[in-house]
Ligand binder design. Structure first.
Ligand code: URP
Ligand code: ZN
Ligand code: ZN
Length: 466
C-alpha cells in the first residue's frame, strides 16, 4: 500500500517546510517537492499542517483504582486518542504487591489483546509496588521486553506507595540497566495525616481533596526523588507536575546538571482549584492527583515549557464516570476515584493554548506533544518525527478549524466517560486525518479501520529505535 500526501506544511520539532510525503507500507520512503509518484491513495493536505502523530506517555486504560476500573479500555482509549491526533501512548502496567513484575506485564499484554485491540501503537511503563532484592533481576528482563521505564509512587499509602528504601533499590537497578524512572512525587504519608485531620473535622466535600494536598508536599516529593536519583545515578522523569513549587525544585536540580525531566498535563495548564467549588458533588469530576492548583501556577508552568524545564505534556488520562464511579465518594472525598479524562483533547488544547495564544511556536508544539516523549522513552526516531525511514505516524491538522469541547460534541468526545473535563472549552486547531504506520485510521474525522496497533518494544535511554 502506498500513500502520497500532497501540498501540506510539514512541521517537526526542528523544521517547517512545504513538501509532499510518499509512504510505502508502514514507513515514510520519500519527502520532496511536487512528487510525481504513483500511489494507491493520494491525500491533499493543502492549507493543513502535516505533523508527527502525538505521543502521550501517560495513560491509564483499564486500570483498577479507587475500588473501580478506569472507564476506557484498550479499545476505547486508543480510539479516542487517535481521533484527537495521538498515534502512540505509553500506558502503565502494574505489579501486584508481592508478585512478579513480569506477571504484571503479562496481565497488561492480555488486556491490550482483548476485543478489537488498540487502534494505535502502545508501550508500557511498569508500576513497581515492591522490589525485594530477589526481584531486581526482573527489571533487566522487563527492559529486554521493551519496558524501559518504571513508575514508582510516593503517594497513595497502602495502595501504590513505596518507601524510600524501595525507591533507592529500584532506582539503582534502573540506572545500571540504562532505563528511566518515572516518579509520582508527593509526600503521601504527610498528606494522609492531613486527610485524617480533615475527616476528623467532619469535612466530606470534593473540594477537600485539593485542600488536603498542599503544593509543598509535591515539591518535597520532587526534591526527595531527585536527591535519591542523583545518589542512585538514574535518569529521572517527574510525572504530572502541577505547580510552581514543584517546578522550582526541578529547575534547581537542572541548574546543577541533574538528569531530570518533567512532564505537565493540560489539566494543570487550563484548569484550577475553583473547579472543586462547583455546585454539590460536581467537583468530584476533577478529583485527580496531584490536585488542581491556584490559577497563578498556570503561568509558571507555561514559562517552564518555554524555558524547557518542562519537557513533555501528557494527559494522565484516567477517566471515571461521574455516575456510579465518581459517586463512590458521595459520602466522603477520600473515596472518590482519582483521575480525569483527556487523551482525546490534548493536541487541540495545547495547539490552542500554546500556539494560537502565542505561548509557543509550531516546532515547540510538536516537540512537547510528540518528539520529546519519543526521545525520553526510547521511541525516537522510529516515532516522534517526520523523516525518511520513520514510521508513517502522521496527523493532518487543520489549524483553522474551531470546535467546542463537549461530552455532547461527537467530534470531540469518543472517550467512554460521561463527562468532559474541558466542557465548553473553545479550541482552534483540530485533527482531521490520522495515519498509524501507513494505515489511514481516521479520515476527515471518521474511523476507517479497527485494531491494528502494535506493542512497541522501546529502546534504552540514549539509544535509538529504528
Ligand atoms: O489522579 C490520578 N492521577 N490518577 C491516576 C494515577 C496517577 O497517580 O497517575
Ligand atoms: Zn501518578
Ligand atoms: Zn497517572
Amino acid at each position: 500500500m502506498s500513500i502520497l500526501i500532497q501540498n501540506g506544511r510539514v512541521i517537526t520539532a526542528t523544521d517547517d517546510y512545504h513538501a509532499d510525503i510518499f509512504i510505502e507500507d508502514e514507513k515514510i520512503s520519500l519527502i520532496g517537492k511536487s512528487l510525481k509518484m504513483e500511489a494507491d491513495k493520494v491525500i491533499d493536505a493543502k492549507g493543513k499542517y502535516v505533523i508527527p502523530g502525538g505521543i502521550d506517555p501517560h495513560t491509564h486504560f483499564d486500570m483498577p483504582f479507587g475500588g473501580t476500573m478506569s472507564a476506557d479500555d484498550f479499545e476505547s482509549g486508543p480510539r479516542a486518542a487517535a481521533f484527537g491526533g495521538t498515534t502512540c501512548v505509553i500506558d502503565f502496567a502494574i505489579q501486584t504487591k508481592g508478585e512478579s513484575t513480569l506477571q504484571g506485564l503479562d496481565t497488561w499484554h492480555a488486556k491490550a489483546a482483548v476485543g478489537k485491540k488498540p487502534l494505535i501503537d502502545y508501550g508500557f511503563h511498569m508500576i513497581i509496588t515492591d522490589m525485594p532484592d530477589s526481584r531486581l533481576g526482573e527489571m533487566r528482563t522487563l527492559a529486554d521486553e521493551g519496558v524501559t521505564s518504571y513508575k514508582l509512587f510516593m503517594a497513595y499509602p497502602g495502595v501504590l506507595y513505596v518507601d524510600d528504601g524501595t525507591l533507592y533499590r529500584a532506582f539503582r537497578q534502573a540506572g545500571e540497566n540504562g532505563t528511566r524512572i518515572c516518579m509520582h512525587a508527593e509526600n503521601g504519608i504527610v498528606i494522609d495525616e492531613i486527610i485524617k485531620e480533615a475527616v476528623a473535622d467532619g469535612h466530606t466535600e470534593p473540594k477537600w481533596h485539593g485542600l488536603t494536598r498542599p503544593t509543598r508536599m509535591e515539591a518535597e516529593g520532587v526534591y526527595r526523588s531527585i536527591a535519591i536519583a542523583e545518589v542512585a545515578n538514574v535518569p529521572l522523569y517527574i510525572v504530572h507536575l502541577s505547580c510552581s513549587d514543584a517546578l522550582e525544585e526541578v529547575k534547581r536540580a537542572r541548574m546543577r546538571g541533574v538528569n531530570v525531566l518533567a512532564e505537565t498535563c493540560p489539566q494543570y495548564l487550563f484548569l484550577d482549584k475553583s473547579y472543586y467549588e462547583k455546585e454539590g458533588f460536581e467537583g468530584a469530576k476533577w478529583v485527580m492527583t496531584p490536585a488542581l492548583r491556584e490559577k497563578w501556577n498556570q503561568d509558571e508552568l507555561w514559562q517552564g515549557l518555554k524555558f524547557r524545564d518542562l519537557e513533555t505534556i501528557a494527559t494522565d488520562h484516567c477517566p471515571f464516570c461521574f455516575k456510579e464511579q465518581k459517586e463512590l465518594g458521595l459520602e466522603t472525598f477520600t473515596k472518590i476515584p482519582n483521575g480525569a479524562p483527556g487523551v482525546e483533547n490534548r493536541m487541540s488544547l495545547i495547539y490552542n493554548g500554546g500556539v494560537v495564544k502565542g505561548r509557543m511556536d509550531l516546532n515547540r508544539f510538536v516537540e512537547v506533544t510528540s518528539t520529546a516523549a519519543a526521545k525520553a522513552f526510547g521511541l525516537f526516531p522510529k516515532k516522534g518525527t517526520i523523516a525518511v525511514g520513520t514510521d508513517a505516524d502522521i496527523v493532518i491538522f487543520d489549524p483553522e478549524r474551531k470546535e467546542t469541547i463537549s461530552v455532547d460534541n461527537p467530534c470531540t468526545h469518543h472517550m467512554r466517560v460521561d463527562f468532559s473535563a474541558y466542557e465548553g472549552f473553545e479550541v482552534q486547531g483540530f485533527t482531521e486525518t490520522v495515519l498509524s504506520r501507513g494505515r489511514v485510521i481516521i479520515e476527515k474525522n471518521e474511523q476507517k479501520v479497527e485494531g491494528g496497533g502494535n506493542f512497541i518494544k522501546r529502546a534504552l535511554v540514549n539509544s535509538r529505535l529504528d
